[in-house]
Write a protein that binds this ligand. Structure first.
Ligand code: GLU
Ligand code: ZN
Length: 509
């Protein structure tokens, strides 16, 4: 039987990263086994927090970003559709009638008030809360009367009253649950929509799903789902519950630990393959290898359920940054430049490109002024970037209109703009740089070394103040490449401004 796995998100907004981890596991298993990856929208909970109509686009964008396209889903359809649960109501309707007729489910006519009172009484008595099963044992006459009166009802599962339910999880093995501790789960709500348990069982069966891979927060209610499969007369698929994702404090990953919505990771500038690589390793390993970096083809080749762990996986933001930095570093510069440009535009460091119908001249000017410049600069920081959005801070000084001392780091100014040799240094540099026949990093270095000798100071005592004068900061890429990238005009302008505006001491100048 060929593998069919499904990702079953609810449209609640941008997915939680852990939710996409299961989608990645689904996708990898399908690709590895030559199976099908299916996505189904679980939109039967219509409460405002659980039903955000635009959430569907966030889900689609996340899957596209990661490059894990479903073979069958609501976007492109497929033979087991529709893939949106709210479009499958007649299917659930037909199936529930069958289950009611078999006696494995029943209509419950209890009002909200009655259920509230019941729960209150249970809490006061200190007994476990749960439905008291009053409607399960109604006489056929009472039932007929309620139906004739058109009383609103829900449909509940008639959970076996004793015995056990055994769930075989592919990672954890057999887990045994006592049936008497389980509630008679609602399968169809009074609005006619199915609950998760019923819709999930019906769809997973009708869609031919072979493995249910889902978060381990579903483990505690798993016996109910297993009993729904039994009630429907369906064979059980395989169950896989990847481990919980936790923060550094070993508590379930939440906003307290940092961002968890996938949209944040996309906005920050994590590369798809880095996120995929990182997320896969939260709960899976390739055996004895201690490797951290895997290409996508390698992941497909090595992935197996046997490599999955039951132990909570720590979501280590530093490790994600490290992995992302590795992928940025090993990318073609052109890719990184292209991905960084939107961040620079958004930060206002580079203007928006001219419109499509602008003149060729305008386009040429834009290209030469901004794109050629960006193409010189961004590769200088490619080694250091952990996330693409950092580019704004890393290369901002290239684009800003630095006007000494405005835009200069006060600490850098305090440390280097007061040294005794600064004035002759700047004067010599301005003269030498103006006359350089070739504006190259090598020529700049030779020139600065010569000036260092003339001044009789240490090389570092020239490098640091020159960097501060030209960039406003103490750190950055190699000085001579920086000057080369800045270009002659900008460099000279900045050095001259410092020369003009610095507070030169009245003595010794
Ligand atoms: N709609 C459920 C969720 O988003 C799906 C759980 C499952 O994969 O079965 O949590
Ligand atoms: Zn009832």
């Amino acid at each position: 039987m060929s593998v069919r796995v499904r990702y079953a998100p609810s449209p609640t907004g941008s997915p939680h990263v852990g939710n996409l981890r299961t989608a990645i596991y689904d996708w990898l298993l399908a690709r590895k086994e030559g199976g099908k990856f299916i996505a189904r929208l679980e939109d039967t909970d219509r409460s405002p927090e659980r039903y955000v109509p635009e959430g569907i686009y966030d889900i689609e964008a996340s899957l596209r970003f990661l490059g894990i396209m479903p073979d069958e889903w609501w976007v492109t359809g497929g033979s087991a559709g529709p893939y949106v649960q709210s479009q499958r109501l007649p299917i659930y309707q037909a199936e529930i009638e069958r289950v009611i007729a078999s006696g494995s489910a029943y209509r419950c006519y209890c009002t909200r008030e009655r259920l509230d009172e019941m729960r209150k009484a249970q809490q006061e008595r200190g007994t476990p809360t749960g439905y008291d099963r009053r409607c399960r044992f109604l006489s056929p006459e009472d039932r007929a009367r309620h139906d004739a009166e058109g009383k609103p009802s829900v449909v509940r599962l008639a959970m076996p009253l004793d015995g056990v339910t055994v769930l075989h999880d592919e990672i954890r093995g057999d887990i045994t649950y006592e049936n008497r501790l389980q509630d008679d789960q609602v399968l169809i709500k009074s609005d006619g929509f199915p609950t998760y348990f019923f819709a999930c069982a019906v769809d997973d069966h009708l869609m031919g799903i072979t493995h249910i891979i889902r978060g381990d927060d579903w483990l505690s209610s798993a016996p109910k789902l297993v009993q729904v499969f039994h009630a429907l007369g369906y064979p059980l698929p395989k169950f896989v519950h990847p481990p919980l994702i936790v923060g550094a404090d070993k508590k379930k990953l939440s906003k307290r630990h940092g961002a968890t919505q996938f949209s944040w990771f996309m906005e920050q500038g994590y590369l798809p393959e880095a996120l995929l690589n990182f997320l896969v390793l939260l709960g899976w390993s390739a055996g004895d290898e201690n490797r951290e970096l895997f290409t996508i083809p390698e992941l497909i080749e090595k992935f197996s359920i046997a490599g999955m762990s039951e132990h909570p996986a720590v979501f280590d933001y530093d490790k994600l940054n490290w992995i992302n930095g590795q992928y940025i570093r090993s990318s073609e510069p052109g890719r990184i430049i292209g991905l960084c440009l939107p961040y620079l535009r958004k930060a206002g460091l580079i203007p928006e490109p001219p419109p499509g119908d602008a003149s060729d001249e305008e386009k040429r000017i834009y290209r030469e002024t901004w794109l050629d410049y960006a193409r010189r600069i961004i590769p200088l920081e490619q080694e250091r970037m952990k996330v693409l959005s950092e580019v704004v801070d890393l290369v901002g000084f290239f684009f800003e209109d630095l006007d000494y001392p405005n835009g200069y780091e006060p600490k850098a100014v305090a440390k280097w703009m007061g040294v005794a040799h600064l004035k002759p240094l700047l004067e010599k540099e301005i003269t030498a740089f103006s006359a350089l026949p070739d504006w190259t990093a090598a020529a700049l270095e030779a020139s600065v070394r010569e000036i260092t000798e003339e001044l009789g100071v240490k090389f570092a005592e020239v490098i640091h103040p020159t960097r501060v004068a030209a960039t406003g900061r103490t750190v950055g890429p190699g000085l001579f490449e920086t000057l080369w990238a800045l270009g002659r005009e900008r460099t000279l302008h900045r050095l001259r401004t410092v020369l003009e505006k610095n507070d030169w001491p009245s003595t010794g100048a």
